[in-house]
Design a protein around this ligand. Structure first.
Ligand SMILES: [Zn+2]
Length: 419
C-alpha cells in the first residue's frame, strides 16, 4: 500500500512534465514492406487455416509447409470465431507472412525468408490513467459513447455504485460524473480498461464518491471515510438488463391476469440466458417450478432477508436446496417460464416476511479498513483528490489544443520508451 501511495505522490508531483496528449484514432501504422499485399480474414465458424491460405492463391506445397509450422505452434482446436488471420504475399502471390491474431496481445507469425520461421510477436503493454468527466446525456451508455469510450466503461461504472444507486435507471441529464480509470494499451493501441481508481457522481441531491483501495485480491471501493461501498443484498442481481419493465408497486394491472394486482418486486427485462447472480451470501431455501413464477429460486440471507428469482430459463447446475451460495455466484439464467409475457427476471426481496422495494434498499455500510490503515487511507484520498484537481486544471491550459480526450502517462526509470 505504501508503494502505491509513493507512486501516486510521484505522479502528483511530476504530473505536468509527464503530461501527454492522445489524439483520438491515432492507431499506429502497420509497417509492412510496400511490395507486400496483405489480406485480412476474420475467422468464421468452420474456417481452417488451409481454407484461408487457399483463398490467397498460394501454391499447395507452400500451404502444406505453412500449415505444418502453424500447427506446431497453435492448437487448431483453440482457434475461435472472430479471430483474425492476415496473409501477406508478394505481387505474384508468393507467400511471405501469416499473422494470426487471437487478440491484440496474442499474435503468432510465420514468415518466409529462406525458410519458414515462426514466432510469437512481442507486444508492448502499457497502462495509462485517464480522467474522464462530463455530464450525463440521455442514458449511461450513450453518455460514454459520445466520449469515444466503450460500453464496458458504462457497465463498470454502474458496478462501482451498484450499492448506492442504479446507474441505468436513476441517472438524469445534467448529472455530473468524474472517472479516473486505467487504460491498457498493447503496442500503443487501446486494448481494455483496467480498474476504475476513482469515480464520482453528482446529482441534485447527492455527491457519491468511490475510491478503489487495496490490491487485486483484497481491494474494493470505499467512501472518503473508509466505509466499504458494498452492501449485503444487490439491487439488480443480473449481469445486465435492458430496462426495468415493472416497478415495485402495491397495485398494478396485470397483462395476463387482466386485473389489478400488487407487484411487490422489480422486473428486469433482459435477453434469454442473461446470467442471474445470488444477490447476497445465503442458503438456497427453494428451487423449483410453480405455475406463476416458473423456475424459481429463493435464498435466505442474514438479518431476515429473503430474495426470490422467478421465470428463469435454467438453473445453474451447482445450485441445490440447502446449499450455501456466495454473493455474485451464478444461480440461473433469465427466461420466461411461468406467467411471463417476455424474458425478464422478477426479483423480489423480503425483510422479515414483508416485501420491500429492492431499488429503495438502504444498507448500513461496514468499514473494512482497519484503524491502523486509516491514516494511510486518508492520505490516499487526499492524493487522489489533488491529482484530479491538478488534471482538471490542465484542461484550462490555453496551449492545449484537444481538451476532450487526454491521458497521463507515467514512466518509471526502467521503462524509458513509455512516453
Ligand atoms: Zn414481476
Amino acid at each position: 500500500m505504501k508503494k502505491r501511495i509513493a507512486l501516486l505522490l510521484i505522479l502528483a508531483v511530476f504530473l505536468l512534465p509527464l503530461f501527454t496528449r492522445r489524439v483520438k484514432g491515432d492507431t499506429p501504422q502497420v509497417k509492412e514492406n510496400s511490395d507486400l499485399v496483405g489480406v485480412r480474414y476474420v475467422l468464421k465458424r468452420g474456417d481452417t487455416v488451409i481454407d484461408i491460405l487457399r483463398k490467397s492463391h498460394i501454391e499447395k506445397a507452400v500451404i502444406d509447409s505453412v500449415v505444418k509450422v502453424f500447427e506446431e505452434n497453435v492448437d487448431p482446436k483453440t482457434i475461435k470465431v472472430g479471430e483474425e488471420i492476415f496473409i501477406f504475399t508478394d505481387k505474384s502471390f508468393n507467400f511471405k507472412k501469416l499473422e494470426y491474431r487471437r487478440n491484440l496481445a496474442d499474435i503468432y507469425t510465420i514468415e518466409f525468408e529462406e525458410n519458414f520461421k515462426s514466432k510469437k510477436k512481442e507486444i508492448k503493454k502499457s497502462v495509462s490513467v485517464a480522467l474522464i468527466e462530463g455530464e450525463v446525456a440521455s442514458n449511461l451508455y450513450y453518455t460514454f459513447k459520445i466520449r469515444g469510450e466503450r460500453d464496458e466503461l458504462a457497465s463498470t461504472f454502474a458496478k462501482v455504485f451498484e450499492w448506492q444507486f442504479d446507474a441505468y435507471s436513476e441517472i438524469q441529464n445534467g448529472d455530473r460524473y468524474t472517472i479516473l480509470v486505467e487504460k491498457i494499451f498493447m503496442d500503443d493501441k487501446f486494448y481494455s480498461y483496467g480498474k476504475i481508481l476513482y469515480a464520482s457522481f453528482e446529482n441534485r441531491e447527492n455527491l457519491f464518491e468511490a475510491f478503489y483501495y487495496g490490491n487485486d485480491s483484497t481491494g474494493g471501493y470505499f467512501d472518503e471515510n473508509g466505509n466499504s461501498l458494498s452492501g449485503t443484498i444487490m439491487k439488480a442481481p443480473l449481469a445486465s438488463y435492458t430496462r426495468v419493465s415493472s416497478k415495485f408497486t402495491t397495485k398494478r394491472f396485470h397483462p395476463i391476469m387482466k386485473k389489478y394486482l400488487p407487484h411487490e418486486a422489480v422486473d428486469y427485462s433482459a435477453p434469454k440466458g442473461t446470467v442471474v447472480f445470488a444477490a447476497g451470501d445465503g442458503i438456497v431455501i427453494q428451487k423449483g417450478f410453480n405455475a406463476i413464477g416458473g423456475r424459481t429460486i429463493k435464498i435466505k440471507h442474514e438479518n431476515g432477508y429473503v430474495t426470490e428469482y422467478c421465470h428463469l430459463n435454467k438453473y445453474a447446475p451447482s445450485v441445490k436446496e440447502g446449499k450455501f451460495v456466495k454473493q455474485g455466484e451464478t444461480i440461473g439464467f433469465v427466461g420466461r417460464t411461468g406467467y411471463a409475457t417476455g424474458n425478464h427476471l422478477h426479483y423480489a426481496v423480503s425483510s422479515n416476511g414483508k416485501y420491500i422495494n429492492p431499488l429503495k434498499m438502504k444498507f448500513e455500510t461496514s468499514s473494512f479498513i482497519s484503524e491502523d490503515a486509516k491514516t494511510d487511507y486518508i492520505l490516499y484520498v487526499d492524493i487522489v483528490r489533488s491529482f484530479i484537481l491538478a488534471a482538471k486544471s490542465i484542461l484550462n491550459f490555453p496551449a492545449l489544443s484537444s481538451k476532450k480526450d487526454f491521458i497521463f502517462k507515467y514512466s518509471s526509470p526502467g521503462e524509458k520508451n513509455n512516453i
